[in-house]
Design a binder for this molecule. Structure first.
Ligand SMILES: [Mg+2]
Length: 129
C-alpha cells in the first residue's frame, strides 16, 4: 500500500506549529510503507520540501522525512496518485475535482481526512495503521 502525505494541516498544525504526534506518525509510516509527498511544498523535488521542513522539525524527524519520495503534479494532486495500487492519502482538504476523481476510481475511502481543529491528537490514531 502506498501512502500519500500532505504537509499543511496534517504534519503541520498551522504555518508555525508542528502537529502533535507528527514524529511518531511519520516514523511508523516510513518504516512500514512506501510514502510519497503530496503537498504544494513538493513539485518533483523533495530537497525543496526538506529545506522547508527544516524550519520547523528537529534533525531526528528530518531523517524520517528524507525517506519520503517526491511526486510531481500541476493542478490536481490526484494526477500524482498511482491508482493501480492500494493507497491511503492523508490530507486536510481536497478540491471538489479531486474528490470526484477518487469516486470515479472507486477509492474515495482511501482519503483520510485530517481535521486537527476538531482533534489536535488525530495523528495518534494512525500509529497502528
Ligand atoms: Mg493541506
Amino acid at each position: 500500500m502506498n501512502i500519500y502525505l500532505d504537509i499543511d494541516g496534517v504534519i503541520m498544525a498551522n504555518d508555525k506549529r508542528v502537529s502533535m504526534y507528527s514524529h511518531e506518525f511519520v516514523d511508523h509510516l516510513v518504516n512500514k510503507y512506501p510514502v510519497y509527498w503530496l503537498t504544494t511544498h513538493c513539485k518533483g523535488d523533495a530537497s525543496y520540501t526538506i529545506n522547508h521542513l527544516k524550519m520547523f522539525f528537529n534533525s531526528e524527524t528530518i531523517k524520517l522525512f528524507e525517506k519520503i519520495k517526491p511526486t510531481n503534479w500541476d493542478i490536481l494532486k490526484t494526477d500524482a496518485i498511482d491508482f493501480s495500487q492500494p493507497f491511503l492519502w492523508f490530507d486536510d482538504d481536497l478540491f471538489t475535482e479531486e474528490k470526484q476523481i477518487l469516486r470515479q476510481h472507486g477509492c474515495f475511502d482511501s482519503w483520510v481526512q485530517i481535521d486537527l481543529g476538531k482533534d489536535e491528537n488525530q495523528l495518534k490514531k494512525y500509529l497502528t495503521t
